[in-house]
Design a protein around this ligand. Structure first.
Ligand SMILES: *Cc1c(COP(=O)(O)O)cnc(C)c1O
Length: 437
């Protein structure tokens, strides 16, 4: 696969360089130069295929020049080793559960695939890959668990002290092996600034092989297309055809993957982008003006993004055709009060506990149904995280119904360890150099 930069269509790189560099030097984003449309035979018979088969078919259409078939198959089986079930809540409403991976959030799809692709491209005897990642919560856990035990890699996670949930912290600090956590006495922005400064530091780059694991890496986007096709496959089995996906969105990577899947032939009628009050995209679709704003903290904190980095990818997919995009993607925003009310409504109507991000996606389905009534459609809202990751948001009665997965009980028994640092770059740099190999 060849990729171009959204800032320079003439710049073309291969998949391996796009994976290791994450971002072109011109600060654009990498996009596939050609998007293959999957065979009609495959698309019409999706319900005959399993998730690993679907994943392989998609990945191979994109990456057959980059990774030989047998290796790609093995890589996918190793990365996507957990299910993505679609569960019926009523005759026309389904929830796509994307939280059955090790970190209990959908970011496991991207992080596990990316870690294995990077490990695959690392040649024997090459310098160890040092992955630096700043996290506000979910990304760090998915990246840590994605790289855990992957040979010739090491991950250093920076997280802001007192600003991640207890379970998120447990996932960051209980790994050992090739994963190191640093608790920074500062904000998420401070963590991100330290990581950026490290990437810009000549001495560090000369002595270590640094790479980033942030969400704009193209190898995180690709595996997120798999579950859209797999969801349609499951709905075909249930005799459902006109499918509408509602995606809780922050950085817009998840829905960008859905729209990439659409371009590859995903049979779907409509997308809904659901946001919290960080509503840059809903405002853009209403007014035509794209105006980013500083992010505002909400209960759905993984969606607290004022300048969604993947939006530019979506505009590229639609060749800047805003009208086409507005037809296919409807967008709605919700406040914290509406989110908490939705958690209660979903619980009362369906006896189902949804995390705050998931509840926002459900709310957007209700708005869409009111705005565009049709008897034929089937609605699928994406559940991006397990409710147990956000215990403080729930009314007590509902919180008591959340089952905590067994894997978390295991984590609690393990030793926790983190380094503690301020926001001083020299201390962070000295820490990195001390671990030089
Ligand atoms: C990251 C995240 C989101 C937002 O996904 P984007 O791809 O950034 O739009 C939504 N929900 C949860 C639980 C997340 O961790």
């Amino acid at each position: 696969m060849k990729l171009y930069s959204t800032n320079n269509h003439d710049l073309k790189v291969d998949f391996q360089s796009a994976v290791f560099n994450s971002m072109p030097q011109d600060k654009g984003l990498y996009m596939p130069a050609e998007i293959p449309v999957l065979e009609a035979e495959f698309l019409e018979n999706l319900d005959q295929y399993t998730l690993p088969e679907i994943a392989y078919t998609i990945a191979s259409a994109l990456l057959h020049e980059d990774i030989p078939a047998e290796d790609l198959k093995a890589l996918i089986d190793d990365a996507i080793n957990f299910p993505a079930p679609v569960k019926a809540l009523s005759d026309d409403t389904y929830v796509l559960e994307l939280f059955h991976g090790p970190s209990l959030a959908f970011k496991d799809f991207g992080a596990r695939f990316m870690s294995r692709v990077m490990a695959y491209f690392l040649k024997d005897g090459e310098k160890m890959l040092d992955v630096l990642v700043a996290t506000s919560g979910d990304t760090g856990g998915a990246v840590a668990l994605g790289f855990l035990g992957v040979p010739n890699t090491r991950v250093t996670i920076l997280y802001p002290k007192g600003k991640v949930s207890e379970i998120q912290e447990l996932q960051l600090c209980s790994n050992g092996q090739n994963i190191r956590a640093i608790e920074i006495d500062g904000t998420f922005d401070d963590c991100q600034a330290l990581v950026k400064q490290a990437f810009a530091d000549d001495e560090l780059n000369a002595r270590m092989r640094l790479t980033s694991a942030n969400s704009i890496n193209i190898s995180r986007l690709i595996p997120q297309t798999f579950y859209y096709f797999n969801a349609v496959a499951q709905l075909y089995k249930a005799g459902k055809r006109e499918i509408v996906f509602s995606v809780p969105s922050g950085n817009f990577g998840n829905i960008a993957a859905g729209l990439l899947a659409y371009k590859m032939g995903l049979p779907v009628k409509q997308f809904i982008a659901a946001t919290n009050v960080n509503d840059t995209v809903p405002r853009f679709l209403e007014t035509g003006v794209y105006e980013t704003r500083p992010s505002v903290q909400t209960y759905a904190n993984a969606m607290d993004v004022g300048a969604p980095s993947n939006w530019i990818r979506i505009m590229e997919l639609f060749k800047q055709d805003t009208l086409k995009l507005k037809e296919l993607v409807k967008s709605y925003r919700y406040t914290d009060a509406e989110t908490v009310q939705a958690i209660t409504d979903i619980y009362e109507q369906f006896n189902y506990v949804a995390c705050p991000h998931t509840a926002i996606a459900w709310l957007a389905v209700q708005a869409y149904k009111t705005g565009y009534p049709s008897a034929e459609e089937t609605f699928v809202f994406l559940s991006t995280a397990h409710a147990c990751k956000f215990p403080d948001v729930f009314p007590e009665e509902i919180a008591a119904k959340i089952d905590v997965p067994a894997q978390l009980e295991e984590l609690k028994k393990r030793a926790q360890s983190a380094e503690h640092m301020g926001v001083d770059f020299d201390a962070f740099k000295a820490f990195l150099l001390a671990g030089e190999v």
